[in-house]
Design a protein around this ligand. Structure first.
Ligand code: B12
Length: 476
């Protein structure tokens, strides 16, 4: 059976799709990945391949793009559509209503996908396959989610070659990996808590880790076919599993030896751990600071992280020459423009390399949702159909400073680097300065520099991503 898969953009290849392609490869299926920006004419390319099934991954906030592409392809060709990923897992009711969705997969795709393809090939019934919701003859079949795969090493290696056939990705010195899934914390704004407590409840251990050997094997496979000079590990908390982390740090310099970065929780670090990371080649970390306010961070967002944790970590990062990016959120419940500036100043105090700033966006699947309603930050449960972080006004708290905060959010790193610009931007925020959206290019530049991507290569990559997103507007 010919299977076409679509990644929505060049922006960091989907490791979920790579996993699925690994399984397809192991089962000898004929498959091909398409990234719209890299195809001269996406419809022509897909038609030439002639797939019977079109597969898309979805993430809340960019799910429209996958639906849009599916709708376009379906208008011009005949094929079944299958959607997976965190968005359809959390919002299956809304997703299955989309006219372009025939089947969706909730949760892990590896087993359900193969069962579906096998049933389709043999022309057998597939409406009862676990994890799938199937729209068929006017009925929607909603199947239960199967237990989580506990032994991640038992899965075939991800197939990254389909992404890396594109030279822009192949030659990018930065490559991304994930060595385990799940996060045990219960931050009130994060969908993770819903995965843990609701979606995967009773489905086995949600926190799982690949072995260190398996993780290194995945890196070596990617090294065989592409440039790998810098690695970023996407695990939610890379330093969570202490024994694993120690083994990783012991073996990594000898067996891989490529500079790396990861995401950490600052309360789980001490000098011994940071030194171990440094000795293992760690050159950067990212962490969720969210806000300067301990009250909002802990009482509202439920992060359980003190300012002292960040300050201690920052001292250690300085000592061991590890650059750090603080992720922050603006327009949080109870915060105003002054808080946004205090957060910016706090990031500066921490000596961070830069900040990843997002305006807080609400979905009804965040654990905080009832609290927001009870405390009158929102008047009703937000719908997901129009959820689109590009239209931030529709998905954030309607605070008095909302408009100005949204406008300023794109300029946070510029103000971070050049503090004298703060009052100027504050004054400019009364005007629609967000139209100068090229400002985000500076964020991209810092991000690429943090990841040790040479400047021209980084700019080219970012411009291609922007161009890629524009292609969607032309789909008719
Ligand atoms: C790496 C990562 C990114 C990377 C790369 C994203 C990507 N394309 O994979 C970057 C930094 C670009 C990113 C950006 C964003 N991310 Co992100 N990201 C992650 C992270 C840390 C790991 C994802 C991962 O690789 N998982 C491992 C793979 C194997 O799992 P998977 O992708 O879920 O795929 C499995 C299943 O979902 C399913 N599946 C997936 N696709 C398909 C398709 C088909 C056809 C089938 C059958 C099955 C299937 O099968 C796969 C294998 O089991 C997760 C948190 C986490 N720990 O999972 C957040 C996470 C996925 N991100 C999230 C969000 C919200 C975003 C942003 C929208 C944030 C923003 N506001 O900008 C953007 C969206 C842009 C984008 N590219 O998707 C949320 C998604 C929640 C949601 N409701 O959708 C998560 C879960 C974080 C969280 N806890 O809230 N992200």
């Amino acid at each position: 059976m010919k299977v076409a898969l679509f990644d929505y953009s060049l922006f960091y290849e989907s490791l979920g799709l790579a996993n699925l392609m690994g399984v397809l490869k192991a089962k000898n299926h004929d498959y091909k990945l398409f990234i719209i920006s890299e195809e001269k004419d996406i419809l022509k390319s897909v038609r030439e391949f002639g797939p019977e099934i079109l597969c898309f991954s979805t993430c809340t906030g960019i799910h429209h793009l996958s639906f849009q592409l599916a709708r376009y392809l379906r208008k011009h060709m005949d094929a079944i559509t299958l959607f997976g990923g965190p968005h359809v897992t959390l919002f299956p009711e809304e997703s299955i209503r989309e006219d372009c969705v025939d089947i969706l997969c909730r949760g892990e795709g590896e087993e359900a996908f193969i069962e579906l393809l096998s049933a389709l090939e043999k022309k057998e019934e597939f409406s009862g396959i676990r994890n799938l919701w199937v729209k068929k003859d006017g009925t929607i079949y909603k199947n239960d989610i199967r237990p989580l795969i506990q032994d991640l090493d038992s899965l075939p290696l991800p197939d990254r070659s389909q992404h890396l056939k594109y030279p822009i990705l192949r030659n990018l010195p930065l490559k991304r990996f994930i060595t385990g899934y799940g996060c045990p914390f219960q931050c009130s704004f994060c969908h993770n808590a819903i995965f843990l407590k609701d979606v995967y409840r009773g489905k086995g251990n949600y926190l799982r880790k690949k072995s260190v050997s398996r993780s290194f094997k995945e890196i070596k496979e990617v090294q065989k076919i592409s440039v790998v000079k810098r690695i970023h590990f996407h695990d939610d908390n890379f330093n969570f599993h202490k024994e694993w982390f120690k083994e990783f740090c012991d073996r990594y310099p000898k067996e891989v030896g490529i500079p790396w970065s990861c995401t950490v929780r600052t309360d789980m670090l001490n000098e011994e751990i940071v030194k171990m990371m440094h000795n293992a080649g760690c050159v950067g970390v990212t962490y969720g600071l969210e806000t300067h306010s301990e009250f909002v961070r802990n009482k509202v967002l439920n992060k359980n992280l003190k300012n002292q944790d960040f300050e201690n970590a920052s001292r250690l990062f300085k000592k061991y020459k590890i650059r750090h990016i603080a992720a922050t959120m603006l327009n949080l419940p109870g915060e105003d423009l002054e808080d946004a500036f205090k957060t910016l100043q706090y990031v500066r105090k921490l000596n961070a390399y830069s900040t990843r700033t997002a305006v807080y966006s609400i979905t009804r699947k965040q654990p905080i949702i009832n609290w927001l309603i009870e405390n009158k930050y929102i008047s009703r449960f937000p719908g997901i159909d129009n959820f689109n972080p590009v239209k931030l006004e529709d998905v954030t708290i309607q605070s008095a400073d909302m408009k100005r905060i949204i406008r300023l959010s794109a300029f946070f790193n510029i103000m971070f680097t050049f503090p004298f610009l703060e009052p100027i931007f504050k004054a400019l925020s009364f005007f629609p300065i967000e139209k100068f959206s090229m400002s985000r290019i500076y964020d991209g530049y810092l991000e690429m520099k943090f990841m040790d991507v040479p400047i021209f290569q980084g700019i080219r990559y970012y411009l291609r991503i922007r161009k890629g997103l524009k292609v969607y507007q032309g789909l008719r």
